[in-house]
Ligand binder design. Structure first.
Ligand code: NAD
Length: 486
């Protein structure tokens, strides 16, 4: 094993959990090799993390925000200084190719940059509401909070929550995905190096049992969750039934509406990049292309672009053998139901990496909206093409999906673009953009089954989620009767 069995990070130190269940193997998806083992923490481990966070909270929350963010300036510098090493770690445990892994770490730096601006954008409000009477609103942290994260962005998704929640004065427990747990330990080390006091940030490894303990622990005030819709629903229900604040981001089924007037080259390259980037394991990945009227010229070009991709160089492996089997089953089933596989990545292998979980980009035409592959999240490098005669038909298909993470339209027409932006039922909408991720300071968050809870997870939207407001009224006026409430 390249890395020793992982430990939790509690109170500023790496500690062995009290787990009683055997640790899980951690795989390099490009080779199938075991690179580490991750412990499965129990409720007692969550409790010791909460106790450490609770002990740190009075000192951390009393530290002025301008001082707190100085640590995040340093953390951002450390992310940039260590980008090669951090990106290599992401590649090792998640499989994504080097350029994708670097982009992920750069995005973490951008998220941290936003947190550094929080003192500038979170001053309170004050108004003299009556002579000598002032109302003011100030934001206060919630206390001990938690973030539960998925496998597809081992560095970035933890950083959706950590810099903002912690800079706003909370103490945090991160429960990373057990499939990609190694980056979390490096994040903890860099935060420590940046000067974050012990107990302000914890890492608790594990799976379902640790998540349930987080949802149930009375000492945790709020939880951000990112993962599949199935688990997002479980976590949201359990956390809120325990009277916690919860924002749970779920899965996706993103529709790209392609009009016949779309720029052929730009649309084809963007759509293929969207469906195949990170091996299709992005919640913003193109999943369904809704081809409006005559778009064969674009589809033919997409097929050429996809066929030219070299697995192992241009596209990394999917996360596990089980994921590869699941994705293959979806394709087999669609083909058996009459769909036409025009680019087939099922039989992909990479020389020298025969045990890796590689799949090539796969494009399936003549899919109908009733097929399972058109409705469910496949989470692999697979794009299905559903055909429809007009833009209203395309919007009806998009609107019928219970998910609502992202949608995009490719067109040269401003009025069609505007029409789709207004009528798509998704929280993030693009025009001529394959992956319409909002960048800081704009917030990230979907609609429908792609997000449960109020607010968004990044940018300005996260400020409300990670804080509570205190409304203060003062009267420094000796005159009697100046205020009808006095
Ligand atoms: P997942 O739901 O399997 O796991 C997410 C987290 O939940 C992990 O930390 C895992 O340990 C924990 N977990 C798993 N099963 C659990 C259970 N039964 N009870 C409690 N906790 C449990 O998700 P994943 O496979 O790691 O990630 C891929 C999914 O995440 C995809 O559906 C993808 O669309 C979604 N995702 C969504 C967004 C978004 O912004 N909406 C972003 C990234 C990923």
């Amino acid at each position: 094993m390249k890395y020793a069995e992982l430990r939790n990070y509690v109170g500023g130190d790496f500690v062995a959990p009290t787990h009683t269940r055997p640790a899980l193997d951690v795989y390099d998806p490009s080779s199938g090799a075991i690179i580490s083992r991750v412990p499965l923490s129990a409720a007692a481990d969550v409790d010791s993390a909460v106790q450490a966070a609770r002990a740190a909270f009075p000192g951390w929350s009393a530290t002025p925000i301008k001082e707190r963010v100085q640590i995040f300036f340093k953390y951002k510098t450390l992310l940039e200084r260590h980008i090669d090493e951090l990106a290599a770690l992401v590649t090792e445990e998640n499989g994504k190719i080097a350029s994708e892994a670097r982009a992920e770490v750069l995005k973490s730096a951008e998220l941290t940059e936003f947190a550094c601006s929080l003192p500038q954008i979170t001053p309170g409000e004050v108004l003299e509401v009556s002579r000598g009477v002032e109302c003011r609103v100030e934001r206060f942290p919630l206390g001990v909070v938690a973030a539960i994260t998925p496998f597809n962005f081992p560095n970035m998704v933890p950083n959706w929550s950590i810099p903002n929640a912690v800079a706003l004065g909370n103490c945090m427990i991160l429960k990373p995905s057990e499939l990609v747990p190694i980056s979390a330990g490096r994040i903890a080390e860099l935060l420590r190096e940046a000067g974050l006091p012990p107990g302000v940030f914890q890492v608790v490894h594990g799976g379902q049992e640790a998540v349930e303990a987080i949802c149930d622990h009375p000492g945790i005030a709020a939880i951000s969750f990112v993962g599949s819709t199935r688990v997002a629903k479980i976590v949201y229900k359990r956390a809120t039934s325990n009277l916690k604040r919860c924002l749970a981001l779920g899965g996706a089924k993103n529709h790209l509406i392609v009009m016949p007037d779309a720029d052929r080259e730009m649309a084809a390259t963007n759509i293929v990049a969207s469906m195949s980037g990170c091996a299709g394991q992005r919640c913003m990945a193109a999943s369904v292309m809704v081809a409006v009227s005559e778009t064969d010229h674009i589809i033919e070009r997409m097929a050429d672009v996809a066929r030219a991709m070299v697995p192992g160089k241009d596209i990394g492996p999917v996360i596990s053998a089980a994921a590869k089997e699941r994705i293959t089953r979806y394709i087999d089933e669609a083909e058996a139901a009459g769909a036409k596989v025009i680019v087939d990545g099922r039989k992909t292998t990479v020389a020298g990496k025969e045990n890796g979980y590689y799949m090539g980009p796969t494009i399936i035409d003549r899919v109908t909206p009733d097929m399972r592959i058109a409705q469910e999240e496949v989470f692999g490098p697979v794009l299905v093409i559903v055909r429809t005669p007009d833009v209203d038909g395309a919007l009806a298909i998009e609107n019928a999906s219970p998910y609502g993470n992202a949608a995009s339209v490719f067109t040269e027409s401003g009025s069609v673009a505007r029409y789709v932006m207004e009528h798509a039922s998704a929280g993030m909408v693009g025009v001529n953009v394959g992956v319409p991720v909002p960048r800081e300071p704009f917030s990230f968050g979907g609609w429908g089954d792609s997000k449960f809870g109020v607010g968004d997870i990044t940018g300005r939207g996260s400020i409300e989620f990670w804080t509570q407001s205190k409304k203060m009224t003062t009267k420094w006026n000796r005159e009697a009767g100046t205020n009808w409430m006095s």
